[in-house]
Design a protein around this ligand. Structure first.
Ligand code: SAM
Length: 353
């Protein structure tokens, strides 16, 4: 069960709520726009217009901004990218954020390629949880999907999570028709062995997905039908959550999730916003523009002024990008490659997935 808007506001007293009653609670922080994979549903080009280095927020600036957000009620902070482990000394940032007592959940989303060599350091630095992306168990498919021969490193990364003592690890899989839709059960079995909960994500028409089309979306309904044939009765987990995934239990008790952003958007419970590596704040994954917090920070604005501005912007938020996309009659690619070249902030890898 998901929160309705009334109960969302009730469980977050004192936290700024937007026009739909959604609290300011969850922040995704992209620490770099660069990635070491070229997944064809996200970042298919070989080269991109990268954010200028001098515009990237320093760790001190990120920590300060996060402190402003947590002073307003944000409790969940997720580091993402691009590939966050490409940002040098990431454990140092984790350590700085872990010292913030208002953060209840400090998590990382990574493609796993560099995770094994960083797992222990990240854990010791205070990272609470990790989500690793894995779309296939087949090396040749991985190569075709990502353009890189790093499958074994990703598998090592997943194994390293439990070895380093992480619990509540998740594996995120983007499912595409005719690409990896025959691996759902194998991935669930793999997740069980790795002590990680698998979440299947519907292919989304976000910026970067320049090859997206509706017929490539393997829907939640199709996933449940396929898994039902293999496992028998699948029961939705009854829980109160603002998490994007709806969770299900298999007859043997294994739990998995589905993030059905494309066919069943969850805008009504979305308490997430996103900070890019250069300090733009996006209120929705589909938003066309963001708010420049770096400029305010570097202009020396007082923390109280920043907090007031962030709260008032959040209170005006009415975004429900995925719902509006779902209502589009002829749904196609969201942003053309030319537009993406002109404004890299429209890319998924820039604003953080
Ligand atoms: N590099 C990290 C990773 O791979 O997990 C973090 C950034 S990545 C943009 C975050 C997540 O977004 C990944 O799980 C990726 O699979 C997902 N993603 C990217 N493009 C997507 C799309 N078009 N539809 C659905 N999920 C997508």
């Amino acid at each position: 069960m998901f929160f309705d808007n009334q109960s969302l506001a009730e469980v977050s007293p004192g936290v700024p709520a937007d026009q739909l009653g959604r609290p300011l609670r969850s922040l995704r922080v992209s620490v770099t726009d660069r990635c070491n994979l070229r997944c064809n549903y996200c970042m298919p080009e070989q080269d991109y217009v990268w954010l200028p280095r001098q515009e990237l927020l320093t760790f001190e600036e990120i920590s300060r901004l996060v402190e402003v957000f947590t002073s307003l009620g944000v409790e969940d902070v997720r580091l993402t990218g691009g590939e966050p482990l490409l940002r040098r000394d990431l454990p140092k940032l984790v350590q700085m954020l872990a010292a913030n007592p208002r953060i209840r959940d400090l998590a990382l989303t990574t493609n796993g390629v560099l995770f094994a060599e960083n797992a222990e350091n990240l854990r010791a630095s205070g990272l609470h949880r990790v989500t690793l992306s894995l779309d296939t168990l087949r090396p040749e498919r991985f190569l075709a999907l990502t353009g890189r021969d790093s499958h074994s490193q990703v598998l090592e990364g997943i194994a390293a999570a439990s070895q380093a003592g992480f619990t509540k690890t998740k594996i995120d899989t983007v499912v595409m028709s005719g690409v990896n839709d025959d691996e759902l059960a194998d991935l669930i079995e793999f997740g069980r062995e790795a002590d990680a909960e698998v979440r299947f994500i519907e292919y989304m028409d976000v910026g970067g997905a320049t090859d997206w089309s509706l017929d490539k979306v393997f829907t939640r309904a199709e996933m449940l039908t396929q898994l039902g044939k293999r496992y028998g009765k699948i029961i939705p987990v009854a829980e109160i959550s603002s998490a994007p995934a709806q969770r299900f239990t298999l007859p043997d008790g294994t739990v998995f999730g589905i993030i059905a952003s494309t066919t069943t958007p969850f805008c009504r419970i979305c308490d997430r916003s996103r900070l890019t590596a250069d300090g733009l704040w996006y209120l929705c994954l589909y938003a066309q523009s963001g708010i420049d917090l770096r400029r305010m920070l570097r202009a020396g604005d007082a923390v109280e002024d920043l907090a007031e501005r962030i709260a008032s912007i959040w209170q005006m938020r009415g975004d429900r990008g995925a719902e509006l996309r779902a209502a589009t009659g002829h749904r196609g690619v969201l942003v053309s490659i030319d537009q993406l070249r002109q404004d890299p902030h429209l890319e998924m890898h820039t604003r953080g997935g």
